[in-house]
Structures are given as C-alpha cells and as structure tokens.
Ligand binder design. Structure first.
Ligand code: NDP
Length: 241
C-alpha cells in the first residue's frame, strides 16, 4: 500500500494528480489537502470510498501541517508521497505591487513547500523511503513581467528541491519539481480570449496543456522506476522554453 498526500486537492491540477494515483493501483490511498473550497475533493473522496480522503490543510501554517500529518499517520502509519501542489498568484508590476501580495504569494508557494517537506521528512526518514514532488512553474525558469512574486517563489521552489534532494538522497528519498507552462485549469480561466490567443501563439505545440499531462509526469516521478531521478526540474510546457 502507498499513502499519497496531494495539497490543493480541490484544484484543477490537484484533482488530476489524485485521479492518476487512484487509477495507478487499488492499493493506493490518496489524501487530498483542502483549504477554502472542498466540493470537488469531497466528491472524489466519496466516489473512491476507502481509498481517498480529505484533510484540512492551510499550507502556509506549520501547525496545520502537524495536525494533518498526525491524522494521516494515525490512520495509516506511513506516508510515501507528498505532492506540494497548492499555490496561488497575484500578478502586478513590481512598481505597484502591494507588500501583502508579495508576502502572500511567497508564503503560499514557497514557505508552504518548506513547511510541507519539514512536516513529512521525519516519517520518510524513518521509512528510509519517500517521494516529494513540488509543483513549481515555467515562470521559475522563464520569468514573465508582472509575476516578480510568483516567479521568485517558484524559482525558490526549484532551488529548494535541488538542495533538499542532495540532503536526503542517501536515505532513499527523492525530491523533484515539475514546471508546467499554460495548463487548462481555473488558474488560467481568468485570461481573456485575446490573452489566450496570444499565449497560444507563444506555445510551439499551439495549445494549452491538460491537467492529466502534468499528473502523468508526477506519477512517473513517484514510481519505483524513477528512484535514480532526484533534484530535477521537469518542464511541461509544449516547448515554450
Ligand atoms: P487552482 O487554482 O485550480 O488550484 C489551486 C489550489 O491551491 C486550490 O485547491 C486552492 O484551494 C489551493 N490553495 C491556495 N492557497 C492555499 C493555501 N494557503 N493552503 C492550501 N491550499 C491552498 O490552480 P492549479 O490547479 O492550476 O494549480 C496547482 C499548482 O500548479 C499551483 O502551485 C500553481 O502555481 C501551479 N501551476 C499551474 C499552472 C497552470 O497553468 N494551471 C502553470 C504552472 C504552475 P482553494 O480553492 O480552497 O483556495
């Protein structure tokens, strides 16, 4: 049995990642970390009763991590995979960016990954095995204007991934990041038709990615055959970079 925790489990990518692990094996148990919205996560959990559950988790809060991990360990006594997927953005030019928008985006996208890794490492170290997959962004590697907060946070996630991977490689734990480009979820739903058209022109594949295409990469990085892949940042962007 493998126990998997996906943060931001109510969102577009979180749902796709959870589904791919549920499809992978009937032995997998998937925990969905939920924050403000939980409708989709609860639906997925109830349609996979006994194999999927929801746990409240504000990823910015170390105490929330402690309570969530305790709940998972109380039920399963192990945790094999952490997918740090929760994230948010608040775009504006740096010159006019409110300090609150800087802090909130750094906290949700970068501090959260630090808290999450710190919360699960004692269990993974004791097991001498584990997989951590951090959802970064193409913005970490190719920073666009208007996203100084988000690009800095996601670049921080890539650097954290590379550094932590070296710290824990000897004990059978791998740490990898994926860097999605434009993926069809709520996060890009706010783009106007014109913005979508312009974005599509920049993508050599001439289309946005599907959540399932990111989920497939996450599942691969979590599988036994990927045990020699650690500290990598895999871009999934239709060829933009
Ligand atoms: P969504 O907006 O659909 O989902 C984001 C999820 O994160 C939601 O479930 C949201 O919960 C959750 N979340 C936000 N803040 C917190 C918090 N403080 N604690 C816990 N959960 C929180 O976006 P995506 O599914 O597209 O994004 C998933 C990840 O992929 C993010 O890290 C994003 O940055 C990254 N990404 C997405 C891309 C895209 O094109 N879609 C491209 C590159 C990266 P709630 O709904 O309750 O607020």
């Amino acid at each position: 049995m493998r126990v998997i925790l996906v943060t931001g489990g109510n969102g577009g990518l979180g749902q796709a990642i959870a589904r791919v692990f549920l499809q992978e094996s009937s032995e997998n148990f998937v925990w969905l970390g939920v924050f403000r919205n939980r409708g989709s996560a609860e639906q997925l959990a109830s349609s996979h009763s006994g194999r999927c559950g929801c746990v409240s988790l504000d990823v910015r809060e170390p105490k929330a991590w402690k309570i969530a991990i305790e709940e998972i360990l109380r039920q399963h006594r192990r945790l094999d995979v952490l997918v740090n997927n929760a994230g948010s953005h608040s775009d504006s030019l740096l010159a006019t960016m409110p300090l609150a928008a800087w802090r909130e985006v750094l906290s949700t996208n970068l501090d959260a990954v630090f808290h999450g890794c710190q919360a699960v490492l004692p269990t993974m170290v004791a097991q001498r095995s584990g997989r951590i997959i951090n959802i970064a962004s193409l913005s970490a590697l190719l920073a666009p204007p208007g996203q100084t907060n988000y690009a800095a946070a996601k670049a921080g996630v890539v650097a954290l991934t590379q550094s932590l991977a070296k710290e824990v490689a000897r004990i059978g734990i791998t740490v990898n990041a994926v860097c999605p480009g434009y993926i069809e979820t709520e996060a890009v739903a706010s783009l106007s038709e014109e913005e979508r058209g312009n974005a599509r022109q920049r993508i050599p594949a001439r289309r946005f990615g599907r959540p399932e295409e990111v989920a497939a990469a996450v599942r691969f990085l979590a599988c036994a055959e990927a045990s020699y892949i650690t500290g990598s940042a895999l871009k999934i962007d239709g060829g933009i970079l």
